[in-house]
Write a protein that binds this ligand. Structure first.
Ligand SMILES: [Ca+2]
Length: 193
């Protein structure tokens, strides 16, 4: 009987130890639902150290398994290159019309995509940078892609920087499996999806 109790106790201990890790998953797609290839997702701890790194599957899904719980983490999606993807003079025209108040870009993520120099505003300086890209004078924006949680709440769609905490990443306390931690991959300079 004592042996059985010991066995059960050790089994319970092992079960509890196993329960002290969890998985994290979600999708990273462009705001129009298009898949982006080549994204790397980094999982950082509260000290900013790299815990794990993964790619994104063909359907935009990423997943981390067996991550220790009870700690705070930050997910940092990264993608380099493809600077000119979907960036054209149309984006300059739309940006100019938005700045002049002729139109209003119909997504706060388009406004964010227009802030090429990351000044937390969309101005003619950003349009100048897009123009240089279109003309081939530059080959990279300060960042070619930016990533935002899909559940980001905007106080003012026209001024999406207002109340936007931390910008591109999302930190969270891992207590149990997390699904649906989704991000938008926003192509900088593309205001016309
Ligand atoms: Ca700007």
């Amino acid at each position: 009987m004592k042996k059985i109790i010991l066995f059960l106790a050790s089994f319970l201990a092992v079960s509890m130890a196993m329960a002290q890790s969890a998985s994290i998953s979600g999708t990273i797609l462009r705001p129009d639902g298009a898949v982006v290839t080549g994204i790397t997702v980094k999982l950082l701890n509260a000290q900013g150290q790299l815990v794990a790194s993964t790619g994104v599957f063909g359907n935009g899904l990423y997943q981390f398994a067996n991550i220790p719980t009870g700690q705070e983490y930050t997910l940092v999606p990264e993608l380099q290159g493809q600077a000119l993807l979907d960036v054209s003079t149309l984006d300059i025209v739309l940006g100019a019309q938005h700045i002049l108040g002729i139109i209003q870009l119909d997504s706060p993520f388009k406004v964010l995509a227009g802030d090429v120099n990351q000044s937390n505003s969309l101005t003619t300086l950003d349009l100048a940078l897009i123009r240089q890209m279109v003309l081939g004078i530059t080959t990279d924006f300060p960042a070619n892609w930016r990533f935002f949680r899909t559940d980001t709440q905007f106080i003012n769609d026209n001024n999406p920087w207002q109340g936007l905490s931390g910008g591109d990443d999302g930190s969270f306390l891992l207590e149990e499996d997390i699904t649906g931690l989704d991000f938008y991959a926003v192509k900088v300079g593309d205001l016309s999806w």
